[in-house]
Design a protein around this ligand. Structure first.
Ligand code: TMP
Length: 215
């Protein structure tokens, strides 16, 4: 009998969600599990993940002296994404690795959608930026705003510095993602012990693989 993890070869998984949801920790745990099962895992991160993307990330998150119009912000995230697809994600998928990506178009829908950028337009721009290669599964690590922002601490980037109202709209955007997203999305409760959340993540990936609609 084939291990369920075998069906993940050449698959594209994304973890996303409000700030402070513990994505980095959970991606590390998922990576360790998949590697222990013998899979090649490639990690990717947005924005950034390439030399070009790192420059774009600096403008987007840290150059608070630069005022960015919402559409400029949106297009910069898309530009970084296009480079990440070309340089990292597509080659990894082609050779059969499983790609674990920290954030994706789901984040643009939630964060720039919360600034008023039209969500259908974000999907359409995204389709162009990624050449139609949508993730096989997107896991949203959901946390209430007070819990998430409490974990973020005092040193805040451009997005984290926006107020709680904005972050509530971002969370709402993630919760309503499956209404607009053209690819499978699963919401995971990210409140609780790290090991408990890891079990929920693994269960969600396994269920998606077995259902065969995502993996
Ligand atoms: P990070 O904190 O997970 O590294 O993500 C960087 C910040 O950028 C985070 O606050 C979410 C935000 N972001 C967007 O606003 N739009 C996007 O498309 C992406 C990928 C991230």
């Amino acid at each position: 009998m084939q291990l369920w993890t075998e069906s993940l070869r050449g698959r594209f998984l994304v973890m996303d969600g409000p700030d402070g949801g513990g994505k980095t920790t959970q991606l590390g745990a998922l990576q360790a599990t998949l590697e222990a099962a013998g899979l090649e895992v490639v990690r990717a991160v947005e924005p950034g993940g390439t030399d070009t993307g790192k420059q774009i990330r600096e403008i987007l998150l840290h150059r608070k002296d630069l005022a960015l119009a919402p559409m400029c912000e949106t297009l910069l995230f898309m530009a970084s994404r296009a480079q990440l697809m070309a340089e990292t994600i597509n080659p990894a998928l082609e050779r059969g690795a499983v790609v674990l990506c920290d954030r994706f178009i789901s984040a643009t829908l939630a964060y720039q959608g919360a600034l008023g950028v039209d969500r259908a337009m974000i999907v359409s721009l995204g389709e162009t930026a990624i050449g139609g290669r949508w993730p096989d599964l997107t896991l949203i690590l959901d946390v209430p705003v007070d819990v998430g922002m409490g974990r973020v601490g005092k040193q805040r980037d451009r997005m984290e510095s926006r107020g709680d109202d904005y972050h509530s709209r971002v969370r709402d955007g993630f919760c309503a993602l499956d209404e607009v997203y053209p690819a499978p999305v699963v919401c995971v409760d990210a409140v609780g012990e790290i090991a408990t959340v890891s079990e929920r993540v693994l269960a969600a990936v396994q269920a998606a693989c077995k259902a065969e609609d995502a993996c």
